[in-house]
Design a protein around this ligand. Structure first.
Ligand SMILES: [Zn+2]
Length: 559
């Protein structure tokens, strides 16, 4: 006995079997009952939501011997032929592979002939947006004056690519992504019918991964049953391709939150070739975290049960709204970039995730004050003096008392990031001093005297949300200050770390922390001294380009 995939076996054959598209099926049923079915419909919606299925059911309803009827009998010759996909007068065309004018010309000629067995000749054109401009024009002539025995049913995932001239001659039906609980409900029915005993939560998790597409949900179920037999457990889902488990995604979100760049790159590597899916799944889970933060763990807008709700809410609290919103925006941008840079999805996603690792949290003033207060409390007891004083945390802080000598390899020192803030400092041009060893160091300004405390405050403040940056500064950073200008000298930085320093958000985080500690606006400039690295050409000054270039040096492996 040949195995029929679930998506085909359980494909709806009547309007009432359609899940989650009540509006569309209601409109079509009404039109059939009232005998006012239009001559052209365009079904638009995401993949797997039932566009061609709806078209086929409509064709069957129009041609059923007992019809036209909103409830085709399913028993007559026409219905049976239709169910088997053997209906001579229902012509299915995949526009993706028939894009030319000639294809449309053939179609136009065949439109002229009356149906052989049926009431109507029905053309179902899938992915209609793929037709060429010329093909659309040719089609238009037929759409303007269609013979009364012809119906056109178009389907598209990209409505915006269909010309207005076509749209204006169709009734547009929008199919929405199917709600997760509806997909889960349908899966439960299918499991019952198949004699499958799935563990609690399996249907819900499959539904979550399918992201609104019933066909995807059933395909995933097929894979799961092939893998795990007739009693799949939640753990079996971990072995399933085609979608990340919620736990895996939450783990990645945690890694991004902690600035764990290696874990972020590992995740992308594990999804090689499916970067778009990972980006989409990650976007979904961040969105769910935002929803949990706004509506609570028990929100009906969340799927996956109370445990999932609590896990999402915990992330919402840990990451904070500002940071989550930045994550959402960055991920959406990354997805757009991935679409435009086909073939470079991996590097785009890696770059985006690395950026998310360094995301600056939007700290409120209250948060900042609380942070500083706790820092003061921690430092208050220990009297710190000179280089030998260890910080309360036990780590060794490289502190610098003014004036600081130029870093090793100063002749090759380059400015990674020019400050863009207002130059309210003294006459010394930002970045001028380290470029040439002959230029005198700026005179110790008001910031010089308390250089020790601001440094501790800076590194301490960065610890919470910019761990990588804090570690880098603690390891090889020094602070120079004069007036409202602070210069952070980094004696040694890897390519990755230089990219981190080049990110304006790193600079802003330092500026915010220092300004808070000093009680006035401070502009920060990073200066990296690394004699081994020649100054980069101008084009690399763009942080994105630099990051990509660094990636190629450091991490990219060609598949
Ligand atoms: Zn029938």
């Amino acid at each position: 006995m040949s195995y029929l995939v679930l998506a085909r076996k359980y494909r709806p054959r009547r309007f009432e079997d359609m899940v989650g598209q009540e509006v569309v099926t209601g409109v079509l049923r009404g039109a059939i009952e009232d005998d006012r079915v239009g001559h052209a419909y365009l079904f638009a919606g995401p993949r797997g939501t039932g566009k061609t299925t709806t078209a086929r059911i409509l064709a069957k309803a129009l041609n059923c011997v007992k019809g036209p009827t909103p409830d085709p009998c399913g028993e007559c010759e026409r219905c049976l032929a239709s169910d088997e996909g053997a209906e001579f007068d229902v012509i299915e065309i995949d526009a993706a592979s028939n894009t030319s004018v000639n294809d449309v010309r053939e179609l136009r000629e065949s439109v002229g002939y009356a149906p052989v067995d049926s009431r109507y000749k029905v053309y179902i054109v899938d992915e209609v947006h793929m037709l060429s401009r010329a093909a659309f024009n040719a089609l238009l002539k037929t759409l303007e004056e269609p013979p009364s025995h012809v119906k056109f049913l178009f389907a598209t995932t990209e409505l915006h690519k269909v010309p207005d001239t076509i749209l204006s001659r169709c009734q547009v039906m929008r199919l929405s992504p199917i709600r997760e609980e509806q997909i889960a409900g349908r899966l439960a029915t299918v499991f019952d019918a198949e004699g499958v005993t799935a563990a609690d939560g399996v249907a819900a998790e499959l539904a979550r991964r399918a992201r609104g597409g019933m066909r995807d949900a059933l395909s995933l179920a097929d894979q799961l049953l092939a893998l795990a037999g007739n009693s799949p457990q939640l753990a079996d889902l971990a072995r399933l391709s085609g979608g990340a488990g919620l736990q895996e995604l939450l783990g990645l979100v945690d890694a991004l939150g902690a600035g764990d760049r290696a874990a972020a790159l590992d995740a992308v590597a594990a999804w090689a070739g499916r970067e778009g899916e990972l980006a989409g799944a990650l976007l979904d889970v961040v969105r769910s975290i935002v929803v949990a933060g706004v509506c609570g763990a028990g929100s009906p807008h969340l799927e996956g049960g109370p445990a999932a709700g609590e896990a999402l809410l915990a992330r919402a609290k840990a990451l904070g709204r500002g940071r989550l919103e930045l994550m959402l925006a960055d991920l959406i941008r990354a997805r757009e970039r991935m679409r435009h840079l086909a073939g470079s999805e991996r590097v785009v996603l890696e770059s985006a995730l690395l950026e998310l690792c360094t995301l600056e949290a939007t700290m409120s003033l209250a948060e900042l004050e609380a942070r500083l207060a706790s820092l003061e409390a921690r430092l208050g007891g220990a009297s710190v003096a000179g280089h030998t004083a260890g910080p309360a945390s036990g780590g060794q802080l490289p502190v610098s008392i003014q004036p600081t000598p130029p870093p090793v390899g100063a002749s090759a020192t380059r400015s990674v990031q020019q400050p863009t803030g207002p130059a309210t400092g003294p006459a010394t041009a930002p970045g001028a001093a380290p470029r040439s060893p002959d230029t005198p160091q700026p005179a110790p300004g008001p910031a010089a005297a308390p250089a020790l405390e601001p440094w501790k405050a800076l590194v301490g403040a960065l610890d919470a949300r910019h761990r990588t940056l804090a570690d880098l500064l603690r390891r090889s950073g020094k602070l120079q200050g004069s007036g409202s200008m602070a210069r952070i000298l980094v004696s040694k930085a890897s390519a990755d770390e230089q990219a981190l320093l080049a990110d304006k958000r790193s600079r802003r985080a330092c500026e915010r922390a220092l300004s808070g500690a000093m009680g006035r606006e401070i502009t920060v400039e990073f200066v990296v001294g690394d004699a081994a690295t020649p100054p980069p050409p101008k084009v690399e000054q763009d942080p994105f380009t630099r990051q990509v270039a660094d990636l190629f040096d450091g991490h990219i492996e060609e598949p």
